[in-house]
Write a protein that binds this ligand. Structure first.
Ligand SMILES: Cc1ncc(COP(=O)(O)O)c(C=O)c1O
Length: 407
């Protein structure tokens, strides 16, 4: 099924904004995507007809229970999970990951090793670094600076009998690299370690199949894929039940609630279901998972054609340096980072912003890779994120604006 970006765009009321007379181009998706009307409507509908706490014996409470159950079902379909009981929710990915790390930390003995990577967002590093206080030894998998890819030989050498857990990113939010997370899971399991995957930057762009990956844990965030601010944690059946999580005593001690503290944001969960259904609506098939698979089979090439066009265009502009794997050379997120010689990234983003091009600058909390690239005290990079609602004409207009700055 061919992807229709114009139809997709029409679902998003925010996209009609203008800035100083210029149409706004939302290249800021890696920081948070825009939201379709269906998500706004589902959130509103929750407050109108479903608003109550869960587990009561009355209508609205039953509706709230359904809202949570539907969101778990939809997120399970999005991730290819075994079922809704594998899906836990939280405030955001970072909060869930700290909760996961705290729980895993309680099972560690001094000298146990945890592997993190130089490529990751700090939300997948800091929670594990905090375990050093408990005597855990942190081992860093380095990044190859020429390609911004993980050094998998180093990863293999790091993993050994003392490794208890590996925290790896699926895709870099700074430079777009997609890591061989399936291989990391295999390496971890071969020594009896658990593996968690930060899929926040991958989920909006490509199909995830947690069962095929064999991941113990995988995290993502609904506001990156057209939904509200909700964190999602997949845990392999049984994986969460073994962990000493923070809980109130009356709480159900099994997955998925074992790691959920307090009342969830039900309205946002209604929106999360609508966001996943919006993705699925771009595909065809008899069930939600099949439609999601079909949708990503169409979205991935569409976004990559845009990313390739941008990469190619930027590469031809004198003074531009691009970071990350060359588009087309590997599985990749359609996220392009660059610098222009003689211009600060923040200044470039500000000029572009005045012309309606919403792009991010800085390190985007992927602090280590930006530091290793020698850019930490130079303002980092300018980051342009593709989304299915971006049009080719917007990429061309952005290229023209960047050319003007570089001239
Ligand atoms: C790759 C990656 N991981 C983790 C996070 C943190 O997600 P959250 O904002 O849901 O805590 C982000 C947010 O930008 C991200 O891009």
């Amino acid at each position: 099924m061919a992807f229709d970006p114009v139809r997709f765009r029409s679902l998003f009321p925010a996209l009609s904004r203008t800035v100083n007379g210029h149409p706004a181009a939302f290249f800021d998706g890696p920081g948070g995507s825009q939201v379709p009307e269906a998500v706004i409507a589902a959130t509103r509908e929750y407050y109108v007809s479903r608003n109550a706490n869960t587990h009561g014996q009355f209508l609205t409470s039953r509706r709230a229970d359904e809202t949570v159950a539907e969101a778990r079902q939809a997120a399970a379909a999005l991730l290819g999970a075994e079922g809704p009981e594998t899906i836990s929710f939280g405030q955001n990915m970072t909060t869930l990951n700290f909760a996961l790390a705290r729980a895993i930390g309680r099972t560690l003995r001094p000298g146990d090793e945890i592997v993190v990577t130089e490529l990751d967002h700090d939300a997948n590093v800091a929670p594990w670094l905090s375990l050093a206080e408990r005597g855990a030894v942190l081992r860093w998998c380095p990044v190859r600076l020429d390609s911004c890819t993980l050094d998998m030989d180093a990863m293999r050498a790091l993993i050994g009998p003392k490794t208890r857990h590996i925290a790896v990113g699926y895709a870099s939010n700074a430079v777009g690299t997609v890591n061989d997370v399936g291989e990391v899971v295999r390496l971890g399991h071969a020594v009896g370690a658990t593996v968690s995957i930060d899929a926040v930057h991958f989920v909006p762009h490509g199909l995830v199949d947690v069962q095929e990956l064999g991941a113990d844990f995988l995290l993502c965030s609904a506001y990156k894929f057209f939904g509200p601010h909700v964190g999602i944690l997949y845990s392999r059946p049984g994986a969460l039940d073994e962990l000493p999580t923070d809980r109130v005593r009356p709480q159900d001690a099994t997955a998925p609630t074992r790691i959920e503290t307090g009342t969830l944001n039900h309205a946002a969960l209604a929106g999360t279901t609508a966001a996943i259904e919006t993705i699925a609506g771009q595909g065809v098939g008899a069930d939600l998972r099949t439609r999601i698979e079909s949708a990503f089979a169409a979205i991935y090439p569409y976004e990559h054609a845009l990313a390739g066009r941008l990469w190619q265009g930027l590469a031809e502009i004198p003074g531009v340096t691009l970071y990350g794997p060359v588009v087309g050379s590997a599985l990749r997120a359609p996220t392009i980072s660059f610098r222009i010689q003689g211009h600060e990234p923040a200044a470039i983003a500000a000029i572009l912003g005045e012309q309606g091009f919403f792009v991010w600058d800085g390190d985007f909390y992927a602090v280590t890779v930006i530091d290793r690239l020698g850019l930490a005290d130079k303002g980092g990079v300018v980051r342009v994120g593709m989304a299915p609602y971006i049009l080719e004409a917007e990429v061309d207009a952005l290229l023209a604006a960047v050319r003007n700055i570089a001239d």
